[in-house]
Design a protein around this ligand. Structure first.
Ligand code: PEP
Length: 225
């Protein structure tokens, strides 16, 4: 199982140091794959047992891109894991051509990519989730060897209401007809629903937001089952 923590815009450099040490010290040597995406100001060269990833990056080594992080800055920290397509970045204006540019750039670097897809409430309610996801997936190279897909229905993110296991299973099965990439589920994963999500056959892991911001809570999820 892959356990990925999206810390979003939470944790200062100081609080992340405490979080990361607590998490790392509690992870055994025989751990499943644990990945943490801290905010940029907290990102350091990795001295922890888990992998660190970048929540975002600009698809260029450097340049006149005010406020952006280029690959030179990630290379300096040996970061080779990136997240692309999170709904919160799409909502800020990252459209399909830009996401494609990010994907292609990350692929050219050989980075590990967690590529997020997911439908909004209206799409879900009118039953066109699969068509919608197919469109999102048609934007990237599904044969890329270092790809992980995270299915994150927008209506389940940060709401405390995860999608039902049966629905997640149906959607992950659908995605697995298109790619052999490992598949994650994200959307209000927590200690009460991790067991049934882990039990889904085509689910290779989880992307956790809110319930990962406290190291103890994230560890509880990792250690459950
Ligand atoms: C996320 O934003 O990737 C996420 C899964 O958040 P939450 O767990 O809070 O729903």
């Amino acid at each position: 199982m892959i356990y990925a923590a999206n810390l979003k815009c939470n944790h200062t450099k100081k609080s992340y140091e405490i979080y990361a040490n607590e998490l790392s010290n509690a992870l055994g040597s025989n751990i499943d794959s644990v990945i943490v995406f801290p905010p940029f100001t907290a990102l350091t060269q990795n001295k922890f047992k888990f992998t660190q990833g970048a929540q975002n990056f600009y698809p260029a080594p450097n340049g006149s891109f005010t406020g952006e992080i280029g690959s030179d800055m990630l290379d300096e920290l040996d970061i080779t894991m990136v997240m692309i397509g999170h709904s919160e970045r799409r909502a800020l204006g990252e459209d399909e051509p830009f996401l494609r540019a990010k994907f292609d750039y990350a692929q050219s670097k050989g980075w590990d990519i967690i590529y997020c897809i997911g439908e909004d409430d209206i799409t879900h309610m009118n039953g066109s989730t699969k068509e919608f996801l197919s469109d999102q997936l048609s934007n990237i190279n599904l044969n890329y060897e270092n790809l992980v897909i995270a299915y994150e229905p927008i209506w389940a993110i940060g709401t405390g209401k995860s999608a039902k296991a049966e629905f997640i299973s149906e959607i992950l099965d659908f995605i697995s007809t298109k790619t052999t990439a490992p598949l994650l589920y994200g959307g209000s994963v927590n200690i009460t629903n991790i067991d049934e999500i882990k039990a889904i056959k085509s689910c290779d892991g989880v992307l956790v937001g809110t319930a990962s911001w406290d190291a103890k809570k994230f560890l509880d999820i990792i250690n459950k089952g």
